[in-house]
Write a protein that binds this ligand. Structure first.
Ligand code: SAM
Length: 226
């Protein structure tokens, strides 16, 4: 399956039976589509585009060690992992409840090369330079201690390894910025400070090589090499 087909299969997987969260992440339910359009100014194509960019650091035949943090419910990545049977995958999240859903999803899909670990991205329990890829989808806008998260994701990545993913950035879409400030931050869904596309590029350039940063509306996507 191509990457686009994998992402689309996540959309289909949840269909009309998705939880509110999964429906929103995959643009697959009425309520999820409404949130994507109203808050994020994104239709299905834009949603697909940002996810393709965020996942572009994972080769389609990848067979090394990958860390995903945070995995959440795994709705976006299980369809990708299903096609990576030779990879050694570790999925980490702070929330046991979110991860339980991801674990069930992996079992249901017959994926048996994933280790699930509950933990804090700011204090990872892995040795230095343990992973060939570190993937982080929609995490950095939620992490409370972002500096620790930047430090730890760098520390556990091997020299020459790839760090990629996406998260909310300020300044990409005015409407999104207003929703984040007035609703998502007060409700505790997102935690400031937030990066802009420029500050993200600057930060990654200071730490990594071959830095590629782009955005789709208020979503910043990145890929770089240690
Ligand atoms: C918006 S979800 C993203 C999940 C998934 N990557 C996705 O795109 O659907 C954010 C996740 O970050 C997790 N999280 C928040 N703080 C964390 C921390 N310090 N360490 C690990 N995970 C954390 C939450 O439990 C939640 O599952």
């Amino acid at each position: 399956m191509t990457r686009k087909e994998q992402i689309k299969s996540a959309y289909k997987l949840t269909g009309g039976h998705a939880s509110f969260y999964d429906g929103m992440m995959t643009y697959s339910t009425l309520a999820g589509k409404a949130i994507c359009r109203i808050v994020w100014n994104m239709d299905g194509d834009k949603n697909l585009r940002y996810l393709e960019k965020a996942l572009s650091g994972i080769p389609e035949d990848f067979s090394g060690k990958l860390l995903e943090v945070p995995v959440g419910t795994g709705v976006l990545t299980m369809p990708v992992y299903k096609d990576l049977p030779e990879a050694e995958i570790t999925c980490l999240d702070y929330s046991a409840a979110m991860m339980e859903t991801a674990q069930k999803r992996a079992e249901h899909a017959g994926i048996n090369n994933i280790t699930f670990v509950q933990g804090d991205v700011g204090a990872l329990s892995f040795e230095d330079e343990s992973f060939d890829i570190v993937l982080s989808l929609n995490g950095f806008h939620a992490f409370p201690d972002k500096e620790a998260a930047w430090r730890e994701t760098y520390r556990v990545l091997k020299k020459g390894g790839t760090f990629c993913g996406c998260f909310y950035i300020q300044g990409g879409c005015k409407r999104t910025d207003r929703f984040i400030k007035k609703l998502y931050v007060p409700k505790g869904f997102f935690t400031p400070p937030f990066e802009t596309e420029d500050s993200l590029r600057q930060r990654l350039t200071g730490m990594y090589e071959e830095v590629c940063v782009s955005s789709v509306e208020g979503m910043g996507c990145f890929r770089c090499r240690k």
